[in-house]
Design a binder for this molecule. Sequence first.
Ligand SMILES: C[S@@+](CC[C@H](N)C(=O)[O-])C[C@H]1O[C@@H](n2cnc3c(N)ncnc32)[C@H](O)[C@@H]1O
Length: 246
Amino acid sequence: MIVSGRIVHEDWEALGYVAMQTVKALELLIFCALFSLAALYTLNQVRKPTKWVGRFFLGIMNASHSNLTDWGLQHVRIEKGFAILDVGCGGGRTIQKLAGLATEGMIWGVDYAQGSVTASRRKNAQLIRTGRVEIKQASVSQLPFPENNFDLVTAVETQYYWPNLVKDMQEVLRVLKPGGTLIVIAENHEKGKHNKLQRPVMGLLRTMNLGVDDQQELFSTAGYTNIQMFVKEAKGWICGIGEKPL
Ligand SMILES: C[S@@+](CC[C@H](N)C(=O)[O-])C[C@H]1O[C@@H](n2cnc3c(N)ncnc32)[C@H](O)[C@@H]1O
């Protein structure tokens, strides 16, 4: 209450209370803004690993995608002398596995994120030194290779990020030799066991959520032949295979 221009004791108390609530609201606002920024930054780093945060997740993915990759690779023939390309190579573990299978062949890896290229090169340093592995920074949309170059192209946990699925699958088709194979491996699909759980996270990561039929149609529309789909129901995993026509 103001008496003759003076603010009395109760008014100071009320003003203090309002000031404290305002500060608390501001603190909450700043916390929410910082939390959202951190979450957005982390999601972008998972999507396109460029900095140490992304490289940290690549380390986790190397471990967590290992069984999935082994399961998927069982569905294709890998000969000792094969020329193989791993698209979206991430932390480089698949490249290492492929080099262990095609023991007299050559493995290339591409990834559009500098952080993934660095991590993959580190993981495969010895194989790079002996000339069995080469890793380049490139997008699946523009592969830095001539046509008819690879016996096998692998894509593990990456296809759902590709910007133009049909065109990008056709770009892979271009670099495959006639009769060569593309294998797409993913730990989730539209009707997969864990889709309900994974879908919100995948939504935040802005990924595609294809079903088995969608995947089959995609391979076909992009021009592949001898298409096969495999699903591991117990895990919700999917593996799609298609060949470049002879
Ligand atoms: C989820 S990680 C999987 C990495 C690895 N294949 C694995 O199984 O652990 C996805 C990778 O795909 C890469 N990627 C996403 N979109 C890409 C694109 N358009 N061209 C090339 N790489 C891409 C990302 O940079 C990231 O390294």
